[in-house]
Design a protein around this ligand. Structure first.
Ligand code: GAL
Length: 680
C-alpha cells in the first residue's frame, strides 16, 4: 500500500520526536552514583549503612586513601539494586576502612547479576590498597552487592564500596530494594476472657530452698486460684495465684492448679519435682543488656518488672528479671553513678549508686511473684569493666543468696587475662585477647566449677548461666560444674545475619540439651533493643517469627532483651503465643535439629513429651518457598497425623498413608511452625 505524502511526513516527524526523546533521555551515558540510591535497603551484620561516610561516620579511608563518595557497610552485607537492564556497567574501589586499625578484619566483596557471580575481590584485609572493581551489566535486571565475613567471623568488618557508580544510558531510575517484607502482621489470636493456665507443666526445686511459683493464667480478672494436693510446706495465695513455702522432702508431687473467673474455669496439672535439679524447662524472662547495656539502674529494673505484670507477659510464663553488667562499680568511672568502692573493707561487693539496696530490689520483684537475676565475671573485671568476682567467688555467692537472688549469669570476660598472667589493668584489652587456653580444658572449666560449687552451697536455688560463648564445647561439661544453661555462640545483635549464623551453629550442641541443661543461643532481639541506643529491632516481621520459632525449637532460655515499657502490639503478640511457648517449655527437654534441607529451606524437628513433633519449616532464602511436601519419614513422622499451625493456633490438615502431601508456602526469611500429632 502506498503512503500519502502527509502520512510519510507524519511518520518522519514521529521518528524525529521518538529519536529526540531517546536522544534526550536514554542515549546519553550518565553516571548514577550508588550513594544517590536508598542505602537503607541493605542488610548488614552490624550498625547501619553509611552514605559517603564510614560505618563509624568518619571519612571513607582505605589504606591511607580518602574517598569522597561511597557506601560503607558491615559484613555480612547484601544490597540489592534493581537495574531492569538500564545500567551498562558498575565500578567501585573496595576495601576495609582504616577506622578499624588494631583489629584483624577480613572480608570478600562480591557482585551477583541475576544470581550469577560476576566478580569477587578475593579476601581483603586491613591495610590492603583499595581494589578496583569494574563489571559490565548489559541486560542485567538485578545486581546484588555482597560482603562476606572472609571466613573469620565478622568482627570489625567495616567494608567500603568507595566511588561506587553505575554508567547508564540516559540517567535511568535505578533503585535499591529489600526483598523481605517490612509490614508487621499478627498471627496469634487473643486469649479468651475465660481462664487458661499456661506455662510449663513441670517445676524443679531443691529440698529446703524457698519455693516461689506464680500460676500463669490468662483471662479476665478477678480470678480465683486453687491448687489441689499441694504438698505440705507450700501455700497458695488464692487471689494472686502465687505459691510460696519450702519443701523438705525429695519427691514428685502432682498438683492440680485451678483458675476461675466470671467467664469460666480451667485446670492444669503441675509436676513439682523436689530433688537435685532445677530449671527443668528453659528459664523465661527479661535481661537488661540488649536494651540498656551500661545504662541499667534499679529503677529501670523495677519498671521492667512492673511492665512484665502490666503487659500480661507474666501470665504466659515469663518470670525472671535479670540485671546484666553494670550494677557494680566501674574501674574507670567517668560517670559518677558507677564510681565508688568496688568492695567494702570486708571484701563484699558494693553495688553502684544506681542500685544501692539489692535486697530491697529483690523483694520488690519477688512480691510480684517474679524472680530476679544478676551478672558477674570469674575474672577481675566484667566485660564492661565493672568489678568481677575473681578471688571473691565464695563471698559473692553468699552475697547473692543473702540478697535473695535467683539467677547468676557468669561471663568469662577478663578471665582470659588471669590464665595468661596478663596485667589486669585494662579490662577491654584483656577481654579482646579472649581465651588463649582454647585447648586447655581445665582452664576453661575451672572458674565455672569454683562458682558452681559455691552457688550450690547457698540455701536457695540459683540458676547458673554460663557465658563463655561456647569455648571448649561447654555443652559437654557445663552440667558437671552445676551449669543450667550456657551460651553456645557469640553475642547476638538485631540483624538477620547474626540471628541466622547463630541458629546455624546450634545443632552441634543439641544432644546435650536436657531438663536442667540448656544450650543458650543468646537473648531475644525483638521489640525496642539497642544496647543503650534504643531502636526497633532491625529484624523484619518474618525474621522475628523465625527467630522466636527457632529459639523455641532449640529449647533455648527465652530472655526478652527489649525495653519492656515500649512493647508494641506486634512484639507482644510474638511473645504471648502459648502454643509456641509450649514448644520451648516441653518437659521432655529435647532440642530440635535440622533433619532436612531443601534449597534454602531447613526443616527442624523437635520431639515432644506427648509423642508429637514440633516442626519448623524455616526459609533462610530470599524467595518465598512453595512446595508440596511429602518426605515425612525423613522427619521421623509416620502414620496418621493431625497438623496444627502453632502461630495461628489452628488445625490445618490431616495426613495419612494415602494422602501424605502437605502444601507449604513459607515467606522469605520466614517460618511455618507446625505440630504433628499422631491420630488413631
Ligand atoms: C558479653 C556478653 C553479653 C553481655 C556483656 C556485658 O560478654 O556476651 O551478653 O553480658 O558481656 O558486658
Amino acid at each position: 500500500m502506498k503512503k500519502s505524502v502527509l502520512q510519510r511526513f507524519n511518520a518522519l516527524a514521529g521518528l524525529i520526536t521518538i529519536f529526540s526523546i531517546i536522544g534526550a533521555h536514554q542515549l546519553v551515558a550518565q553516571t548514577v552514583w550508588l550513594d544517590q540510591l536508598d542505602l537503607n535497603a541493605a542488610t548488614q551484620g552490624y550498625g547501619t549503612p553509611g552514605k559517603n561516610r564510614s560505618i563509624d561516620r568518619k571519612p571513607i579511608t582505605i589504606a591511607g586513601k580518602t574517598f569522597q563518595r561511597g557506601f560503607s557497610t558491615h559484613a555480612v552485607s547484601s544490597l540489592q539494586v534493581l537495574l531492569e537492564g538500564k545500567a551498562n556497567s558498575f565500578s567501585a574501589q573496595v576495601g576495609i576502612d582504616d577506622e578499624v586499625t588494631g583489629h584483624e578484619p577480613a572480608v570478600e566483596f562480591e557482585l551477583y547479576g541475576d544470581g550469577k557471580k560476576l566478580w569477587s575481590s578475593g579476601i581483603m584485609r586491613l591495610g590492603d590498597a583499595a581494589r578496583p572493581c569494574s563489571v559490565t551489566l548489559i541486560g542485567v535486571q538485578k545486581l546484588e552487592l555482597v560482603v562476606t565475613d572472609g571466613g573469620n567471623g565478622n568482627y570489625y568488618d567495616h567494608a567500603d564500596w568507595a566511588d561506587a557508580k553505575f554508567e547508564t544510558t540516559g540517567g535511568a531510575a535505578l533503585s535499591t530494594y529489600n526483598p523481605i517484607s517490612g509490614e508487621p502482621y499478627i498471627l496469634t489470636p487473643k486469649p479468651p476472657a475465660s481462664p487458661r493456665i499456661n506455662g510449663s507443666s513441670v517445676f524443679g526445686v531443691r529440698p529446703g530452698s524457698p519455693f516461689l511459683f506464680r500460676i500463669p493464667a490468662t483471662g479476665e480478672r478477678p480470678m480465683l486460684f486453687s491448687a489441689n494436693e499441694l504438698p505440705a510446706g507450700l501455700k497458695l495465695d488464692e487471689k494472686t495465684g502465687i505459691i510460696t513455702g519450702k519443701l523438705l522432702k525429695e519427691g514428685t508431687y502432682v498438683v492440680t492448679l485451678g483458675a476461675k473467673n466470671a467467664k469460666g474455669k480451667a485446670d492444669k496439672k503441675l509436676r513439682i519435682v523436689c530433688g537435685n535439679r532445677i530449671a527443668l524447662t528453659p528459664p523465661m524472662g527479661w535481661n537488661s543488656w540488649n536494651c540498656f547495656a551500661g545504662e541499667v539502674s534499679a529503677d529501670k529494673v523495677k519498671r521492667a518488672a512492673a511492665a512484665m505484670i502490666k503487659s500480661d507477659l507474666v501470665n504466659h510464663g515469663w518470670t525472671y528479671i535479670n540485671i546484666d553488667d553494670f550494677w557494680q562499680n566501674h574501674r574507670d568511672p567517668k560517670d559518677s553513678t558507677i564510681r565508688g568502692q568496688l568492695r567494702d573493707d570486708r571484701g563484699n561487693i558494693v553495688p553502684n549508686a544506681r542500685f544501692g539496696n539489692m535486697k530491697e530490689l529483690a523483694d520488690y520483684v519477688h512480691n510480684a511473684g517474679l524472680k530476679i537475676g544478676l551478672y558477674s565475671s570469674p575474672g577481675p573485671w566484667t566485660c564492661g569493666g565493672c568489678a568481677g568476682s575473681y578471688g571473691f567467688e565464695k563471698q559473692d555467692a553468699e552475697r547473692y543468696a543473702l540478697w535473695e537472688f535467683d539467677y547468676l549469669k557468669y561471663d568469662w570476660c577478663s578471665y582470659g587475662g588471669v590464665i595468661d598472667g596478663m596485667p589486669n589493668n585494662d579490662p577491654y584489652k584483656i577481654s579482646s585477647l579472649s581465651y588463649k587456653g582454647g585447648n586447655n580444658l581445665n582452664a576453661a572449666v575451672r572458674p565455672f566449677k569454683i562458682m558452681g560449687a559455691y552457688l550450690r552451697q547457698q540455701p536457695r536455688d540459683i540458676v547458673f548461666s554460663l557465658c563463655q560463648y561456647g569455648m571448649s564445647d561447654v555443652w559437654k561439661w557445663g552440667d558437671s560444674v552445676g551449669g543450667n544453661c550456657w551460651r553456645t555462640t557469640n553475642d547476638i545483635t538485631d540483624t538477620w545475619t547474626s540471628v541466622k549464623n547463630i541458629a546455624l551453629e546450634q545443632d552441634k550442641a543439641a544432644a546435650w540439651a536436657k531438663p536442667g541443661n540448656w544450650n543458650d543461643p543468646d537473648m531475644l532481639v525483638v521489640g525496642t533493643v539497642g544496647w543503650g541506643n534504643p531502636h526497633p529491632s532491625k529484624l523484619k516481621p518474618d525474621e522475628q517469627y523465625l527467630h522466636i520459632s527457632l529459639w523455641c525449637l532449640f529449647s533455648a532460655p527465652l530472655l526478652i532483651g527489649c525495653d519492656m515499657e515500649k512493647l508494641d502490639d506486634f512484639t507482644l503478640n510474638l511473645l504471648t503465643n502459648d502454643e509456641v511457648i509450649a514448644v520451648d517449655q516441653d518437659p521432655l527437654g529435647r532440642q530440635a535439629t535440622c533433619k532436612q534441607t531443601i534449597g534454602d529451606l531447613r526443616i527442624y524437628v523437635k520431639e515432644m513429651e506427648d509423642g508429637s513433633h514440633a516442626v519448623g519449616f524455616c526459609n533462610l532464602g530470599l524467595e518465598r518457598a512453595t512446595l508440596s511436601y511429602k518426605d515425612f519419614d525423613k522427619l521421623g513422622i509416620y502414620g496418621k497425623q493431625q497438623v496444627r499451625d502453632l502461630w495461628r493456633q489452628k488445625n490445618i490438615a490431616h495426613i495419612d498413608g494415602n494422602n501424605k502431601e502437605l502444601a507449604i508456602t513459607v515467606p522469605a526469611h520466614g517460618v511455618l511452625l507446625y505440630k504433628f500429632s499422631g491420630v488413631k
